[in-house]
Design a protein around this ligand. Structure first.
Ligand SMILES: Nc1nc2c(c(=O)[nH]1)N[C@H]1C(S)=C(S)[C@@H](COP(=O)(O)OP(=O)(O)OC[C@H]3O[C@@H](n4cnc5c(=O)[nH]c(N)nc54)[C@H](O)[C@@H]3O)O[C@H]1N2
Ligand SMILES: Nc1nc2c(c(=O)[nH]1)N[C@H]1C(S)=C(S)[C@@H](COP(=O)(O)OP(=O)(O)OC[C@H]3O[C@@H](n4cnc5c(=O)[nH]c(N)nc54)[C@H](O)[C@@H]3O)O[C@H]1N2
Ligand code: SF4
Ligand SMILES: [Mo]
Length: 715
């Protein structure tokens, strides 16, 4: 059976061998037009997750003695609905919250239904992995373009110079860009005489393959401001592009004025001469682009950094241009649907705790614990967690755990009893992606090569596992509420029908810009025409073009003046905050950053034996000079302490780290129902991050998981 992988963003084509209703093997799909026979070890190991003996296959309920017992769906949904309705009666819908994790966004139906559920409850308590991942990028786009989901992708196939900040696509396989075989795209840039420059505090797999620009953690905003400084100072800006596309270029110039590279050098670790050279190269290159990912998102200035990334691209004349940063389009009216549904918001509401702006209707997960523990109207009393493991992925260790314990009701919808689920009152079994149909809805506009695909489930759900939307629908029925995030859905509800996600997506495809318009397109004598039926006949998907179109920005900007705003007051305030940055706390001179490994996926693939072979452990990577200074030996246990907590890990002394920086992968230290994962040891690195809502990044509520001040010592 042909399908596609929904673990990470390239969405590689997979071929699953099914025998007697069981997936016995997964191989890469050789006929997939983009991944062409590539899949990484995680995609292959999905068969082990699928068949994992530790998977939850039946609803579980916590007994008074603390143990889980198997119950029927009827009992589970009935029990949950009764408790939620009791809370609604006593405290209102705003006492109920939802956290959805990263895998949720890989399902087309799951986010739609949970958004609809929360809209019906009129609860503001919606949280996601986004505040630990990309919400700063959405905030930056809201400020730049007036449209949070208008996020450009680097046009790798046509660029001559890629400046990449805080991303390691040779391991992560690319994020906020869907480009299977991304290594080939990067190497092709060099092969045609171009350059790939990788700004990272660690000499990563990607940095090693191309040009490494070592930068201090959290140095990116200053680095980019210094580049702008040089570009404006030397008159290298593309004046025509600034005049045509933007407003506020002069104000931006004034903001950058205070950041000459000679002065930021001390903070960024990048020599002024290097910054000047890079700025000139970028401005003079025919086609250049700046791209940043999680390394630029999880610091103190995430929104500012994401904003500056596009600002530099625009000022050098590379925004919305072939080989620059391009705005991908989906073959359905995604912008319009999001806008009409009222889902594409930034700062429409503010969180009760911390007063953070909402992003696409979600608040920062970093306030969740205090929303639970802070009395008063709107207190969060019940939480449903679907496809997420906040106990390990959100800042805060013990304090977050204690807050979860205070909930009146915690429900998880997952494949496993996770580190979060072990605290739950109910654990509901979800299907894997191999057990559900799908369309890569949120990724359609991130495709480097425009593409669309649809998959049917390759096997029936194991045990009593159910798709999330089915669970949500059943729960909503029992609670006596509708589910409607979409205008179309709400309309249907008013007419008394509950359309399936499959029906909805077919309607969206058929009425979309590339749709078959229910046959009208053919009648007009035009080619093409998408529908679910057509997609089902193309198991390897359909390539819709060679490149994303350019020259579309003006049409898609939602600011009234149709210009990119280069100096909004929020950004000016962030630049002032940066300039007046307080000294870090005494006693924590080193900086902690994250790290992704090929055979881990956030917190959830540590139970697959194929990925855990060779006695893998979670290690802290430390530069030899730091190791010597703090008396740490390679392979020996070491202690890492921050103002908020301390953990013990094995030290891995390596000169791939820049001095003063320690890298630790997240998503370890398991205590759930996954035996192999539990046995792998390690610690929750996010126990070192600040659990204080006041420490979140102000414009997007981003968790500060990188550049955490720490100290180290032998354990
Ligand atoms: N220190 C540090 N912390 C980080 C990061 C970092 O770089 N450093 N990265 C952050 C980022 S980018 C992210 S995205 C987050 C991830 O944060 P989360 O999404 O909260 O955590 P995951 O570990 O991805 O957990 C996903 C859960 O979904 C379950 N699951 C898998 N597939 C399905 C499915 O189809 N349906 C359902 N219902 N469940 C499923 C898995 O079993 C797992 O329990 O972590 C963030 N945390
Ligand atoms: N194998 C594997 N692949 C994955 C995942 C996984 O867990 N495992 N997770 C998936 C997910 S959820 C996501 S969001 C993507 C993330 O995709 P990427 O962002 O490409 O992945 P990371 O490896 O986290 O890369 C972040 C880089 O930022 C660097 N960095 C840290 N702090 C700073 C800083 O202050 N400045 C700069 N310039 N660099 C910094 C780190 O050293 C690291 O190399 O990966 C996805 N792919
Ligand atoms: S890179 Fe690996 S995990 Fe990501 S989509 Fe491809 S096969 Fe799946
Ligand atoms: Mo992520």
């Amino acid at each position: 059976m042909t399908t596609y992988c929904r673990i990470c963003e390239p969405l590689c084509g997979l071929e699953a061998t099914v025998e007697d209703g069981t997936v016995v093997r997964i191989r890469p799909d050789k006929e997939h037009p983009l991944s062409k026979g590539f899949a990484c070890p995680k995609g292959i190991a999905m068969a082990e997750v699928q068949n994992d003996p530790d998977r939850v296959l039946h609803p579980l309920r916590r007994r008074p003695d603390g143990e889980f017992e198997r119950v029927s769906w009827d009992e589970a949904l009935g029990g949950i609905a009764a408790r939620l309705n009791a809370l609604r009666r006593e405290h209102g819908g705003s006492s109920i919250g939802w956290y959805f994790g990263n895998p949720a966004t890989f399902s087309y139906s799951h986010p739609l239904w949970l958004n609809g559920f929360m809209a019906a409850l009129k609860s503001p308590h919606l949280y996601s992995a986004g505040s630990q991942d990309v919400n700063n990028r959405f905030a930056a786009s809201a400020l730049l373009y007036g449209a949070p989901v208008l996020v450009p992708i680097p046009d790798l196939k046509r660029t001559d110079l890629l400046l990449m900040l805080g991303a390691n696509p040779l391991v992560s396989h690319g994020s906020l860009i869907t480009a299977p075989r991304i290594r080939e795209n990067l190497s092709a840039i060099v092969a045609r005489g171009g350059r790939v420059v990788v700004a990272d505090p660690r000499r990563t797999e990607t940095a090693r393959a191309y040009e490494h620009l070592p930068v201090r953690p959290d140095g990116d905003a200053r680095l980019l401001l210094s580049m702008l400084h040089v570009i404006f100072e030397e008159g290298l800006q593309d004046r025509a592009a600034c005049a045509r596309q933007a407003s506020g270029a002069e104000e931006l110039r004034a903001l950058a004025d205070g950041f000459p590279p000679e002065e930021t050098e001390e903070h960024t670790g990048v020599p002024a001469a290097t910054v000047r050279r890079l700025a000139r190269d970028l401005a003079r290159a025919d086609r250049a682009v700046v791209y940043g990912r999680t390394g630029t998102c999880l610091g103190r200035y995430g929104t500012l950094t994401a904003f500056l990334i596009d600002a530099v691209t625009l000022v050098t004349g590379n925004l919305d241009r072939p080989g620059g940063a391009v705005f991908g389009a989906a073959p359905l009216w995604l912008d319009e649907i999001l806008r009409l549904s009222g889902l594409a918001t930034y700062g429409r509401t503010r969180s009760r705790v911390g007063g953070y702006p909402d992003i696409l209707g979600t608040f920062p997960a970093g306030v969740m614990a205090e929303e639970i523990t802070t009395p008063g109207p709107g207190r969060l009393r019940a939480l449903i967690v679907s496809g997420g493991n906040p106990a390990l992925s959100v800042p805060g260790g013990e304090s977050l755990g204690r807050a979860l314990d205070e909930l009146d009701l915690l429900v998880t919808i997952d494949l496993y009893v996770t580190d979060t689920g072990r605290k739950a009152d109910y654990v509901l079994p979800a299907t894997t992606f191999l057990e559900r149909e799908d369309l890569p809805l949120p990724f359609l506009q991130n495709h480097l090569t425009p593409y669309v695909t649809w998959t049917e489930p390759v096997v029936a759900p194991r045990g009593e596992a159910r798709q999330e939307w089915e669970i949500i629908d059943a729960l909503a029925r029992r609670m006596g509420i509708g589910v409607g995030a979409f205008p179309l859905q709400r309309l249907a509800h008013r007419l008394g029908v509950r359309p399936s996600p499959r029906f909805l997506v077919d309607a969206l495809l058929r009425t979309g810009p590339a749709g078959d318009w229910y046959g009208l397109r053919r009648l007009l004598g035009w080619r093409g025409g998408l529908s679910l039926r057509r997609l089902r006949k193309a198991p390897h998907g359909i390539v819709l073009g060679e490149h994303q179109r350019t020259g579309t920005l003006r049409r898609r900007i939602l600011h009234k003046d149709k210009r990119v705003h280069l100096a909004p007051p929020e950004i000016a305030a962030e630049v002032r905050r940066l300039a007046g940055e307080p000294e870090p706390p005494d006693g924590f001179p080193l900086r902690l950053i994250g790290l992704r490994e090929m055979r881990s996926h956030n917190s959830w693939m540590h139970n697959a034996p194929a990925l855990m072979r060779g006695g893998r452990v979670q290690a802290a990577r430390i530069n030899p000079k730091d190791a010597a200074a703090y008396e740490i030996e390679d392979g020996a246990p070491c202690r890492i302490a921050s103002p908020h907590g301390s953990i013990e890990l094995t030290a891995l002394v390596t000169d791939e780290m820049t001095e003063g920086t320690v890298a630790v992968p997240h998503g370890w230290g398991h205590r759930g129902g996954w035996r192999t994962a539990n046995a792998a040891g390690g610690a929750n690195v996010n126990a070192l991050a600040s659990p204080d809502p006041a420490d979140l990044e102000p414009l997007a509520g981003m968790a500060r998981l990188n550049a955490v001040p720490i100290t180290i010592g032998p354990a």
